[in-house]
Design a protein. Structure first.
Length: 104
């Protein structure tokens, strides 16, 4: 099945403590049905000091479930579902909300 959310997409968080925030997808993990989104679902981690990096408490993004994010509509930035359409002989992703082509 084709991917509805891809790396580089702008997404809106639908559920959880970051509900309503938007961010860019850094990585998609299809096996676990999760995605890494910049600035979303940040967690505090204690890190040991090594020769290459400093120790202490650092903040980093944790993966978020794909069911909790929706693609941001290219027209108005609100959450939208994704559909597929063949335009000019090429399969493209289309925003269901506005009918705009997402990539293409």
């Amino acid at each position: 099945m084709a991917a509805k959310i891809k790396k580089g997409d702008r997404v809106v968080v639908l559920a959880g403590r970051d509900k309503g925030k938007t961010g860019e997808v850094q990585r998609v993990i299809p096996k676990d049905n999760r995605a890494m989104v910049a600035g979303i679902n940040t967690v505090q981690r204690h890190q040991k000091q090594t020769a290459s990096q400093e120790g202490g408490i650092i903040s980093k993004s944790a993966p978020i479930d794909l069911s909790n994010v929706a693609l941001a509509d290219p027209k108005d930035g609100k959450p939208t579902r994704v559909g597929f359409d063949v335009r000019d002989g090429k399969k493209v992703r289309v925003a269901k909300r506005s009918g705009e082509v997402i990539d293409g």
